[in-house]
Design a protein around this ligand. Structure first.
Ligand code: XMP
Length: 513
């Protein structure tokens, strides 16, 4: 049976992926497609519903993204949001104009809750607005179903044709009953059963990957992080031994991490794939000798990583596909269905230039982090790996201030392992954004037993953060800090002092270099 699906047509709005995610939360599979998708293609895909996103344009500009009028005659329900609502009104003969004042942010809205879109919603509720133009007059055959003090047509519907539109954004959490409205659209208007779950994503992706890849050869740079691990397992399910995963151990991983990755993905593990671990530790230490400047260290680690990968790839020979574990937050949508740009500090950024391949596959590019984790659990990846904290590409290299040496790597690995163990034991791990130990470049005098010591200071960091762009230092219980400090100075040779970093971001950054 064909999987029921709703598509989001991207008119350049900021929240397009969020809409798709909210629809998936209603138990309905949803993907974002460019607004240029043709009617034939839509017919062939046969979605149960279409959602038009918002966008920064005005429908009257010639260069604005428009749609074919016939899209409204396909018999497929359409929900227009913000610009999408104006586009629906304009295309069907209503009137759109510049509002006398723009509305931005929380706005009180009065809705007609006899309309199916607002079923179960309070008549007076709060929505999230962000617009300059507005619908001044709904097209013929439409009923006005919501208004604000500024917007005469904050929502409209034509039940016979199953066309619905809201000027406000039901997908953002500031719209109090937004999820109910989306639920009403996909379940009651589109008639979706709502039985899609993450395991269906896994199944569908496996099938799509098999179709795409055929008998082709696939290469994946595995970092051991959540995203590349989930991508690798998905590919292994789809094409088995046509997949080769290269895992570069640069000697700057957390304690035992290299072995953990190997035990999951390597020979004897549960997955069918070719796994190559490159033990390049010494090479990295050698190149980092005497280097103290943070950017220089980052550059060396990045370059050396690519070089090692390139050597391995050369041994494998030309491949057909290169897998990237890009997830939605890594993708800056340029909107309007143009190709997306990837953030510069993406873990495997730079690889495409050095490997000969035909195409990049990014099976997770439409998922948010928590959705990737759900997919990982569905795929049977160990929880320990699925809930792993973010870890920077340059690894401990940027958590050791100053020169990196093998000895310093040992110190920071041991200290960090103790810190993570105690945070987990106290049950604080699930509530923190990121936490780790770093090694300062400072040595100070201490006393242990009857002896004077002159050893390093370890610094502990723990932050809470909505998005890793800003962060606050977490208030860890003193008891936990004291225990960690005590264990580190007692168990890690070369450390006689433990500090806690209270700095937020800004002015600090999360990492130290
Ligand atoms: P900062 O230190 O910039 O870190 O506040 C923000 C988040 O990004 C991670 N980070 C990196 N991740 N490659 C990565 O994949 C990198 O070069 C890199 N530098 C920082 C950091 O761990 C935090 O989660």
């Amino acid at each position: 049976m064909k999987q029921e699906m709703v598509i989001v047509l991207d008119f350049g709005g900021q929240y397009n992926q969020l809409i798709a995610r909210r629809v998936r939360e209603c138990g309905v599979y949803c993907e974002v497609r460019p607004y240029t998708m043709g009617l034939e293609e839509i017919r062939a895909l046969a979605p149960k519903g279409i959602i038009f996103t918002g966008g920064p344009n005005s429908v009257y500009e010639a260069s604005s993204p428009h749609c074919e009028k016939e899209i409204f005659d396909l018999g497929i329900p359409v929900l227009g949001i913000c610009y999408g609502s104006q586009l629906m009104a304009y295309t069907l003969g209503g009137h759109v104009e510049t509002a006398p004042v723009s509305e931005y942010g929380h706005t009180e809205v009065h809705v007609d809750n006899k309309d199916v879109l607002f079923d179960g919603v309070a008549a007076d509720t709060v929505c999230w607005m962000s617009h300059t133009d507005y619908i001044a007059q709904a097209p013929e055959g439409f009923r006005v179903t919501a208004s604000t003090t500024v917007c005469p047509v904050a929502a409209m519907s034509c039940a016979d044709r199953k066309l619905y539109a809201t000027q406000f954004h039901p997908e953002v959490m500031h719209t109090e009953a937004g999820q109910t409205m989306l639920h009403n659209f996909v379940r009651k208007v589109c008639g979706c059963a709502g039985d899609w779950r993450m395991d269906s994503f896994v199944e569908t992706s496996v099938r799509a990957l098999q179709e795409k890849i055929g008998a082709g050869k696939v290469l994946c740079a595995l970092s051991g992080g959540v995203d590349s691990s989930v991508a690798a397992v998905l590919l292994s399910k789809a094409v088995g031994r046509q997949l080769t995963c290269v895992f570069v151990d640069h000697g700057l991983l957390r304690k035992d991490e290299g072995d953990e990755v190997e035990s999951v993905f390597g020979p004897g593990g549960p997955y069918e794939l070719n796994f190559i671990r490159v033990n390049a530790q010494e090479r990295f230490y050698e190149r980092l000798q005497g280097v103290t400047e943070p950017e220089a260290k980052r550059k060396i680690i990045g370059e050396e990583f690519i070089r090692v990968f390139e050597e391995e790839a050369r041994r494998i020979g030309a491949v057909d596909f290169l897998v990237q574990g890009t997830i939605y937050p890594d993708v800056i949508e340029s909107g309007l269905g143009q190709s997306a740009v990837i953030k510069s500090h993406h873990n495997v950024g730079g690889l495409p230039d050095v490997v000969e391949f035909k195409e990049i596959v990014e099976p997770l590019r439409m998922l948010f982090k928590d959705e990737v984790r759900k997919a990982g659990l569905e795929l049977g990846i160990p929880e320990k790996l699925v809930y792993r904290q973010p870890f920077p590409g340059p690894g401990l290299g940027i958590r050791i201030i100053g020169e990196v040496t093998k000895e310093k790597v040992r110190i920071v690995q041991e200290a960090d392992a103790i810190y993570r163990e105690e945070i987990a034991a106290s049950g604080l791990d699930k509530g923190l954004g990121q936490y780790f130990a770093a090694l300062t470049n400072m040595r100070s005098v201490g006393v242990m037993g009857d002896f004077r010591t002159y050893d390093y200071a370890v610094v502990l960091r723990a932050v809470n953060t909505p998005d890793f762009m800003t962060a606050e230092a977490a208030e860890l219980p003193w008891k936990v800090l004291a225990k960690v400090s005590n264990r580190i100075v007692n168990e890690v040779k070369g450390v006689n002092r433990v500090l806690y970093d209270c700095t937020g971001k800004p002015p600090g950054t999360i990492e130290f270099e």
